[in-house]
Design a protein around this ligand. Sequence first.
Ligand code: NAP
Length: 409
Amino acid sequence: MAVENIQGKYITFADGEYVIPDNPLVGALAGDGIGPDIWSATQMVLDAAVEKAYAGKRKICWQPLAAGEAAFAATGSYLPETTLAAIAKLRIAIKGPLSTPTGGGIRSLNVALRHHFDLYACIRPVRYYEGVPSPMKRPGDLNVVIFRENIEDVYAGMEWVAGSEEAEALGDYLRDKLQAKLRPGSALGIKPVSPEGCKRLIRSAIQYAIDNGRKMVTMVHKGNIMKFTEGAFCQWGYDLAKAEFSDQVITEDELMTKYQGVPPSGKIILNDRIADAMFQQLLLRPSEYDVLATLNLNGDYLSDACAAQVGGLGIAPGANVGDGIAIFEATHGTAPKYAGLDKVNPGSLILSGKMMFDFMGWNEAGLLVEKALQKAILGRKVTYDLARQMEGGEEVSCSAFGKLIVAAM
Ligand code: NAP
């Protein structure tokens, strides 16, 4: 039965599984700056993909939610309680970029959302789409999915201004009780890294690899220097694999000692790499890597570096996922100079929609989106960012690019 006229139903979450009705209510936060432009193109593409894939049997019932500058103008809050309550009930949402309000003590609305909902895994798949201008000789060799811990590490928001009462008090404690050598007047920050926080992130990376036929999970860390935080991240990952995935996962050491370097079929290899070496590895031997698990700061750097290799942030998708709530998002910012010009590339948000479909088990719609985007890029009528670097590229608007993607389905 077609669902067109049926009111949407809530997505539910039980025993670690999302239950997705055929007409799910899904939150849509257009965002600030270029957000409304890219959201409008994205909505058109995602709706067309669902219609094409399921011929009216499935349909997303979008629930527009206010956040950012528009929300502030209407309610006096950048992140209204009603929006937070709605996301909690809807469980899955997609969002455009949000500008960071200046002043008012808010660091970033995105960080606020991640912390509010404990969205501990920032997931960024990075792969190449043929025809996208790239600085690399063989950009297609990179096809990784980065799982970045989203809550802890130096991003936990625990830092104090140099010379402040708090920094001085903490400095005194560290000097007196722990014999730390600290210059007076230092700014101080804390890097919390917990077993629970690391294990749940690495667990989701391993589970993703199992569910998606990936071959390897690499833990990226700087444990040679920060032994008790970054080093522990890596050790807890090995402990977790042994305790929870011993049937599915072998370590790189076991691969060499027990299997003579030949990966046994059906097993995922767990290894680790030092972060600085990893930046080189991803440039020089990208095809050797698959799923990456990282702490917060390393993952932030690494995901943008990887996105640059395949053509930049304009088409890099992302998601912030917790237990029972997932928010899919464009990875770039609000690019305010292009706001309202119908100019920028909607690819990042569109591919975040593809991720959302895959997450929901609507893989047919996800595949359609991805293939159509690839076809549209090969057609060389693209937004300015791609056109300016593409030989023979013709610039089209954001909405026109969206229509070309729909036409390519
Ligand atoms: P930005 O908005 O990402 O823009 C930087 C540049 O990236 C743009 O000038 C443009 O390059 C290019 N770009 C970004 N999105 C594009 C798209 N869809 N298509 C084509 N090109 C695109 O970074 P920003 O200027 O540093 O940040 C602006 C605001 O966004 C800040 O308030 C920041 O806090 C916020 N922000 C939000 C998020 C988020 O919501 N997830 C993430 C990052 C930043 P050209 O100038 O070369 O054309």
